[in-house]
Structures are given as structure tokens and as C-alpha cells.
Design a protein around this ligand. Sequence first.
Ligand SMILES: C[S@@+](CC[C@H](N)C(=O)[O-])C[C@H]1O[C@@H](n2cnc3c(N)ncnc32)[C@H](O)[C@@H]1O
Length: 301
Amino acid sequence: MQENGRQWQTVDLLKAAEKHFKEKDIESSRLHAEILLAYVMQSNRIELYLKHDRPVYQSELEKFRSLCRERLNGKPLQYITGEQIFFGYSFLVDERVLIPRPETELVLEHALDRAVAAGITEGEMPTILDIGTGSGCLAVMLALKLPDAIITAVDFSAKALEVAEHNANKHGVADRIRFLQADVLSPGFIDEVEGIYDMVLSNPPYIPEPEWEELEPEVKNHEPKMALATPDGFEFYRAIARSASVLLKQGGLLCFELHAEGAGKVREIISAHGFRDIEVHKDYSGWDRVLSGILTEIHEE
Ligand SMILES: C[S@@+](CC[C@H](N)C(=O)[O-])C[C@H]1O[C@@H](n2cnc3c(N)ncnc32)[C@H](O)[C@@H]1O
């Protein structure tokens, strides 16, 4: 394609986009330019370099420019391409759901390790409840990693459940996941969810309202507020610990993702509901990020 007498080639366009992103303080400017161009060319990043002198067609250039504009306006890259890689697997994401974070992979890893250590995976068809499933990243990955598990994936957002179901179908595990729209903060939650579970896990909303306003515009203006914010940061931990103490079998595992400064308080909350052998694990930045405990006393509501 000719523009101002210029024929754009892949490598030149990448350089130009990287420079523009850098000037506008877009993080990982080269990487983002590569991902967007690979998306437009229906290719992958390595191929961009293998075919670095490939001419860029007019339609591709227009599309690329329009996506770069969206990125420059603060739209997260994953919502532009509709994809986030979680634990090495591709998940559909859009503005109906939170973009799964790398920290949440630690929740999955820890839940799997502890489930094995606690003998939960030895039983026939372990039952798992994922509260606040969002894109379904945890539920779908658990179904993939534990081929006998039966999973209930709950979210209050019907739109999030549509995305989660799409992801379950995409990875061929929809037949082992029940999707349920329910409000974990409502008194009827335990009756709605029914069943007896071996594991309850959740990455709940945990950003206290006052902190919401301080989040980067990229998060605040694009990701669903109901996925992240909550009045004092601990409502969901209280409600989920209470429900889990009723819904879990004796010896069952409760596993949470934590607000970086929430470990002490969440430990107190789950101890009060009969959970013991509490473990806390840090993320790569050294923040407490995952907390789990085993139910050792049956608590009636
Ligand atoms: C932090 S996101 C976690 C999403 C996904 N599990 C992940 O780790 O990426 C929390 C999820 O909880 C859901 N949620 C918010 N309020 C809820 C409620 N009252 N009952 C059930 N789910 C709720 C949100 O819609 C959102 O999908």
C-alpha cells in the first residue's frame, strides 16, 4: 500500500507504532504493537519477524490504526484482541468480565497442590464451587486439570456467565461445569447453590471503595466495577467463609485470592468459621496473595 509515496512493510509499521506508543507512555510499547499487528494480520508475533518485509495492505493498515487509537485511549489490550492467556490457555475476555491476572494463576496452582495434599482429588468426582467465576478462568482450568471434577461456577453477573460458558465450550469442559447466577451476599445463597463440596475457591471483589477511585484509568474506565470493588474490602470473605463452612465436607478446602494487605483479617474470618491449617502464599512481588484453610468443624447456619 502506498501512503505519502510510502510502502509500509511489517517491520516499519511496528517501529512507527512502538515509537508512537512510547511517546504516549503506553507500557511495553513494542510488545503491544506486535500483538495488535499480529491480531490484524491474523498471524503471530514470530511470523511478523519471519515476514518482516511483507507489505501491509490498506485494509490492514486502517484496522491497525483504529486498534492503536483504542489502545491510546486506554482500552486494555486484552479487550481489544478479545483474549487473555491464563495458565497457558486462551480465554475470551471482553468488557463483561475482569481480565484474569497472573496472580490468579497462583490461586489455581495452590488450590491444585493443596487439593492433592488433602486427598481431595482421590475421591470419585471431586466437587468444586468457584464463587465469582467471571471469565471462568479458574473453573475451566480446574476442569481441565482435574478430569473427574464436577464444578459449579457462580456469578451474580449474567453477562459474565455468558463469557464463562463460552470459555468452557471452547476448552471442551462445559459438560462438567454447572453455571449458576446467584448472589453470594444474599441470605438464600446456600440454598440456591445446593450440594456438598470438596473445595470452594474464590477470587472475590476485594478493592475497598475508597481505593477504587485511585485505580489506573485503564482499570477504572473499562473493567467491571462489580468485579473488583466492595465497601470495606472484606464483605465477600465473610459471606463466602460463612457459606463454605456449610457447603464444604469436613476436611474440605477453602481457597481465596487476597488483597495484598488482607491476610491477617481473612485468616481471622475463616478461623471463626472452623477453618484450620491455614496457609498463606506470596505472589512474585512478595505480597500475601493466596490463603487457604481446611474445614475441621462443621458449622450449622
Ligand atoms: C475479582 S472477579 C474474579 C473473576 C475471575 N474468577 C478471575 O479470577 O479472573 C470477581 C467476580 O465476582 C463477581 N461478583 C461480584 N459480586 C458478586 C456477588 N454478589 N455474587 C456473586 N458473584 C459476584 C463479579 O461479577 C466478578 O466476576
